[in-house]
Design a protein around this ligand. Structure first.
Ligand code: HSE
Length: 407
């Protein structure tokens, strides 16, 4: 019988415990031996919990117990999760985490520590909630040169955008509902300002391209400026989604970005709604593969943690977690102005006659009494920003500039 411990009894941690006891026999069969949850670490009291005898307040009880073989870290945040994870790995205890903030900040260091101590640091739950994406990327798709990955990686913003588009719900009401459903971060600014999606694309980029990509090197824009007029106007050609993507630009450089983009209706990503996430991977062998599922929530995320626990338990003392190099600088991360895409511009209808001098071959998608909106040929973001400046010099204010996703 092996013993596991759960750090943090919030949405995900309590989901791990619930799923474990719900499917205990099936999980044990898959792991190949009996298992039990010995400890749950949380600073709060849970006197009415059926697991009240398992609660502890100090990590030392877990790392010095001698019986615990795998820990599920579901605390979130960098500290004290970082210190606790290091303490576990140094004792050869595998750690399975849903903590994208920690993996994005310290993944290189923790993976190296796991390797040095013949145990595993698994993080399937850190990207895409229930969706298996980490293991497929570094194992099933290992034979490919992966040219790009693009995805909807934040359930909260996708839920908010869907509620705004389909139900005419106000931004704040949709966010409140996402919080009630357990999708949002404790500070939902991380969701709506794109930082959560940024952490996730950093993890994917590091995994795929082999060097640690730090969140502060990635251009990140959230959905707080999205206007209902644009949502309605672009409905003719696609849907506005928060897209996290990374592309290989050259042998030496990559371009990761997080920003709202117009996803054309032809793309499978355009129909990904509510809390669902999807990840589209392009590679030279596979052409395209898409992964789809619930991107947040208690049991979907717990499912990914539980899968990692079974893998860690089955392969105790065998290092299976993928490592990537630490990065001493960010020179391999390109600037977002290199992004190449068709561009959507919206201006005031009164200024429409001034557009032709700056941009002659655009496709007009809206021309009514208030708004004039058009889509350009493919441009770099640098060229699009220059066009915005030229329009400004001609007395035209660009109300909205959004790139279109090209797969
Ligand atoms: N707040 C995150 C989201 C939770 O909405 O996607 C899952 O990582």
């Amino acid at each position: 019988m092996s013993k596991i411990a759960v750090l943090g009894y919030g949405v995900v941690g309590s989901g791990v415990v619930e799923l474990f006891y719900k499917n205990k026999e099936k999980i044990e069969k898959k792991a190949g031996h009996e298992m039990d949850v010995k400890f749950i670490l949380d600073i709060r009291e849970f006197p009415d919990s059926p697991y009240k005898d398992k609660f502890v307040k100090s990590i030392d009880e877990i790392v010095n117990d001698g019986e615990v073989t795998t820990v599920a870290e579901c605390m979130g945040g960098v500290e004290p999760a970082f210190t606790f994870t290091k303490q576990c790995l140094e004792k050869g205890i595998s750690v399975c985490t849903s903590n994208k903030e920690l993996v994005a900040a310290k993944g290189d260091e923790l993976l190296a520590l796991a390797q040095a101590n013949s145990c595993n640091y698994f993080f399937e739950a850190s990207v895409g909630g229930a969706i298996p994406i980490i293991r497929p990327l570094h194992r099933c798709l290992a034979g490919n040169d992966i040219t790009s990955v693009a995805g909807i990686l934040n359930g909260t913003t996708n839920f908010i955008l869907t509620k705004m588009i389909n139900d005419g719900m106000k931004f704040d009401d949709a966010l409140k509902l996402a919080q009630e459903l357990g999708y949002a971060e404790s500070n939902p600014a991380a969701d709506v300002e794109g930082h959560d999606a940024c952490r996730k694309i950093c993890i994917i980029s590091s995994l795929v391209y082999g060097r640690h990509v730090y969140p502060d090197s990635v251009y990140t824009k959230g959905i707080t400026d999205i206007k209902l007029e644009d949502v309605q106007i672009v409905d003719k050609i696609g849907a506005i989604k928060l897209i996290a993507q990374v592309s290989r630009i050259s042998d030496e450089t990559i371009l990761p970005t997080v920003m709202p983009m117009i996803v054309p209706h032809e793309s499978l990503l355009s129909s990904v709604s509510d809390v669902f996430n999807a990840v589209m991977v392009n590679g030279d062998g596979i052409d395209k593969v898409m992964f789809y599922g619930r991107g947040a929530g208690k049991l979907p995320t717990a499912s990914a943690v539980m899968g990692d626990i079974v893998e860690a338990e089955k392969h105790s003392k065998t290092v299976l977690s993928q490592s990537w190099e630490a990065a001493s600088d960010n020179s391999f991360v390109e600037d977002y102005t290199k992004l190449s895409a068709k561009m959507y511009f919206r201006i005031n209808a009164a200024d429409k006659d001034k557009v032709n001098t700056v941009c002659s071959n655009a496709e007009v998608i809206c021309s009514d009494d208030n708004n004039y909106a058009f889509v350009t040929e493919k441009l770099s973001m640098k060229q699009a920003l220059e066009m915005q400046d030229k329009l400004k010099n001609n007395g035209v204010e660009v109300i909205t500039l959004l790139p279109l996703l090209s797969e």
